[in-house]
Write a protein that binds this ligand. Sequence first.
Ligand code: HEM
Length: 277
Amino acid sequence: MSNLIEGFLGKSVEGKKSRMPAKLDYWQSATGLFLALFMWGHLFFTSSILISKDFMHSVTKMFEGSFFLEKENPYIVSIVVAIVLAVFIIHAMLGMRKMPSTYRQYQVFTTHMGMMKHEDTTLWYVQVITGFSMFFLGSTHLFIMLTEPGKIGPFASGDALISGWMWPVMLLLLFAVETHGAIGLYRLSVKWGWFDGKTPVETRKNLKKVMWGIMIFSILLALTTLGAYMKIGLDHRDQVGQRYQPTAMMQKVKNLPINISTNRANSSRCNLWAEGV
Ligand code: HEM
């Protein structure tokens, strides 16, 4: 009954306004914070390729459980992706409440934004546009990671970008996610007054500088990382599907006490191993 009255009048039977919008806002912030922190971890782990292919390979194996399993299992990656995807969907659902949903609402908002020329209002609009684009870009990437968790690695990731044509999606996604995440963290700090101190106006100015710093740094790091994987994918175009073998393993293969030219059976087994078959 009270739901019905609140549904028509916007107030409960006791004349109180619902707390639900505030609760939804709280969850919007909590899920946004989770995703933004996850994205930082994700950026640093993927950029391990800038150190070396071997290092990136060992990071991948670590996520497949190499430190506690005898044989790595890529489905551990799927479980992490499933959790991130669930939070992503909840966050997107909560974000949809705020987006202008009719032409009229869109017109009111953009006119208001144009007249105000208030940077934070414009940044909010950027949040809406980048958030909207992630419905498509983020879902595509997450779905592939969920269903093909074993295809992560120096060669596999390079191949996916070039031979699998994922690079345009990832290029757009990196701009959307790094911009949205940096603005989002700034908005969170302002909204919940985390660093207000005694001079909130000063703090806000400083937070804005930190926001731009984080945004530029993460876009540059993500672009460099994407470029590194794309270069590998281009160099590896003729061997698509072949998996990367760490240098230490290749050394072992080289040092095997066999005469490759005279022992054909061993030679072909050795080649197969080197290709990860
Ligand atoms: C389809 C995907 C997404 C959509 C539709 C979306 C939408 C939105 C919208 C509309 C807002 C503004 C909310 C407000 O005005 O209070 C927002 C805030 C935020 N988003 Fe997203 N977002 C998405 C994905 C992400 C991702 C991947 C991250 C992590 C990088 C993220 C981090 C944040 C943060 C930290 C905030 C600030 C939360 C707040 O102000 O309470 N979002 N999002």
